[in-house]
Design a protein around this ligand. Structure first.
Ligand SMILES: [Cu+2]
Length: 207
């Protein structure tokens, strides 16, 4: 009798311990309005916290006259380095209010990694190659990720969130992420649909 009662107390206690250790990975699948898998979608969890130390330097490379990755997500305050892996020079710039900057014509790895301190979207261009477009999504929340080519993403969470924020470069309003309610029914993976438009965000050329 005692043993049974002990178990009934212990089981929920163990569940609480398990959840609070954060040993849980929630799966997401991002699709467009037609159900097609969406790569390069950023999913972040507003209000989430992590105990880990600040993230290391992120890399936005340039390969074959393209930014690599096409979409890079970083946490607020994280530094980004812009190595140029091509054998030609690039001139990287952004006019986005979250981080206006330029790295004038260069090859190799430019001086210091740059901090991205303001949450928001930073659209990248190259002054030499107009077709080069890339995105840095500066996340206010430290819990975020970018979907793989099959639209999938896993995030380590301490608890099931009530909402997530989703952003995609082809979204109908790419200036802002969309807030999506997370049903409490336990559905995992969570399928998130994003309305995309064919028109892409301009890089705001002023040259
Ligand atoms: Cu270039």
């Amino acid at each position: 009798m005692y043993a049974v009662r002990k178990m009934s107390v212990l089981a929920p206690l163990l569940a609480v311990i398990f959840w609070s250790t954060g040993a849980w990975s929630m799966q997401f699948n991002v699709v467009d309005q037609n159900g097609a898998k969406l790569a390069n979608a950023v999913v972040s969890v507003p209000g989430a916290s992590v105990s880990a130390a600040a993230a290391g330097t992120a890399i936005m490379d340039q390969r074959a006259k393209q930014f690599d990755p096409y979409v890079l997500a970083v946490s607020q305050g994280q530094k980004v380095e812009f190595p140029n892996s091509d054998n030609i020079r690039h001139h990287v710039y952004s006019f986005s209010s979250a981080k206006p900057f330029e790295i004038k014509l260069y090859k190799g790895v430019p001086g210091k990694p740059m901090p991205f301190d303001t949450p928001g979207l930073v659209v990248l261009g190259c002054n030499i190659h107009d077709k080069m477009v890339g995105y840095i999504y500066v996340s206010k929340s430290p819990v975020f990720g970018v979907t793989a080519s099959d639209g999938s993403l896993a995030l380590d969470l301490k608890a099931r969130p009530s909402t997530v924020e989703v952003w995609h470069p082809d979204a109908k309003n790419p200036q802002q992420p969309v807030t999506v309610a997370v049903p409490a029914d336990g559905s995992d993976p969570l399928v998130i649909s994003v309305d995309v438009a064919t028109a892409k965000l301009a890089t705001s050329h002023r040259h």
